[in-house]
Design a protein around this ligand. Sequence first.
Ligand SMILES: C[C@H](O)[C@H](O)[C@H]1CNC2=NC(N)=NC(=O)C2=N1
Length: 103
Amino acid sequence: MPYAEPLSRKEIEDRLAELPGWELSDDGTALRRTYHLEHIPAAILAMHIAGIQAELNHHSDLTLGYNTLAVSITTHAAGSQLTAKDFGLAARIAAAAAAHRAE
Ligand SMILES: C[C@H](O)[C@H](O)[C@H]1CNC2=NC(N)=NC(=O)C2=N1
């Protein structure tokens, strides 16, 4: 059984509409958002995300800046295309970011 099935363009657009502030990469194969943190170190949010990823067994690429955390999500096992797993992870990350007042 495949790791996860790629979503159609329509499914991607519908699901993206439920994730305010997130966007598609230029080639449409990844979900992206850069969070800005004023209240806690960005690394704290990164560690929170690492816990979520361990729980879901699905992982983003995180780029840690001084007060930013850039998130990029795709499903490698689906040939670097977007799947429901990516949107599930993004929704959990969005909730964690909101809890840390990241914008
Ligand atoms: C064996 C294990 O389930 C796989 O390596 C998982 C782990 N996390 C993953 N995360 C992401 N983003 N894509 C994958 O294909 C993937 N594969």
